[in-house]
Design a protein. Structure first.
Length: 172
């Protein structure tokens, strides 16, 4: 689907429509997400499995490609997010405990930065950005812009969670 040629849609229409693959909703415009390459998918699977193992310890649920309404006119779809265990919204409308973006080769940092800004303004306390193609990662918080993971460990202070980057990157 060529999103650039689509007419603006209302939030209600977006929320009541299934897109394949799903897309972000930004101020009435549908934005494609880069998904589907093997390293991206494998990283998403490995990290999801690791986080699911941690759910009970951290009283949260792992959701994959969940719609998160970050403002009245924006819905983002993180690759993975952790939400409070008691959350039952079909479209998440309270800040996730952690949002995770896994980069694809086509991703541009300016678009990633727009997503980070939306998450942090919404109240997400930690965002992980993982590039499975360069084996790099960054952590963003409201207190600090995206900073590189230099010791090889992804951390989320709010959840007292630490995961070695090497554990969730696919082997070549």
């Amino acid at each position: 689907m060529d999103m650039a040629t689509l007419a603006p849609v209302s939030l209600a229409e977006y929320l009541n429509t299934d897109y394949e693959p799903d897309c972000d909703y930004v101020d009435g415009v549908l934005q494609e997400r880069n998904v589907g390459k093997r390293r991206h998918s494998r990283t998403q699977a490995l990290l999801s499995a690791r986080l699911i193992y941690e759910e009970k310890n951290h009283r949260c649920e792992v959701v994959v490609e969940q719609r998160v309404q970050v403002s009245p006119s924006r819905v983002r779809i993180p690759d993975i997010c952790l939400i409070p265990a008691e959350a039952r919204e079909e479209t998440t409308q309270t800040p996730p405990l952690l949002c995770i973006e896994i980069l694809s080769p086509e991703d541009r940092w300016s678009r990633v930065q727009d997503r980070l800004t939306d998450y942090l303004k919404f109240g997400v306390r930690t965002v992980w950005i993982i590039d499975p193609y360069s084996n790099e990662a960054w952590i963003a918080t409201p207190e600090a812009a995206a900073r590189p993971v230099e010791d090889g460990k992804l951390r989320c202070a709010q959840l007292n969670l630490e995961i070695p980057l090497a554990d969730i990157l696919p082997a070549d």
